[in-house]
Design a protein around this ligand. Sequence first.
Ligand code: G3P
Length: 218
Amino acid sequence: MKFFIDTANLAEIQEAHDFGVLDGVTTNPSLMAKEGIKGKDNVFKHYKAICNIVDGDVSAEVIATDFEGMIREGEELAELDEKIVVKIPMIRDGVKALKYFSEKGIRTNCTLIFSAGQALLAAKAGASYVSPFIGRLDDTGYDGIDLIEQIRTIFDNYGFDTEILAASIRNPIHIIKCAEIGADVMTGPLSAILSLLKHPLTDSGLKQFLADHAKVNA
Ligand code: G3P
């Protein structure tokens, strides 16, 4: 399972990279805005800075919602760096854009996936990744993990090579459940990845080991 970090914060990306388990980065317009990045030149420079840190795919989202605009923006983003994956929203023109980019050999990540039907459409249009938002589904009373399971079954039934990128991850249980089901990638904050470290028996066990060592070596 690949681990992506869902942020546009360079310090956090560097920290995740240095931790040693980072496979890529996902961003979205809200995350870019959170970092105060505005204006096309600054946005592009920021994507380039992210690409310079990470050894893996970097999802960069288009702002346009019409076919021509998404193509124009996506082609510019893809030219920035070979690590860039063009992020396209699940809308009618977005599906057309996925098909266009797939025929051009430009990799895509179809975002804002909330149903199996949307994932199926994106895969048929040739998306490299689909991003089902688990946490946001959970927030509305649906089980986001069920959606990952449905999409896994459908993609396996037909041999789609579109990767399932479980997004909107909020906690370690999300990550573990996604890994059990066979999601290809998870993306979430660094805190969710680091929470996989924790177990009280690890802490008490280490404390005991160090105390026993100190007793003998005093
Ligand atoms: O980047 C897409 C997705 O991961 C958003 O997550 O936490 O804003 O629901 P969140």
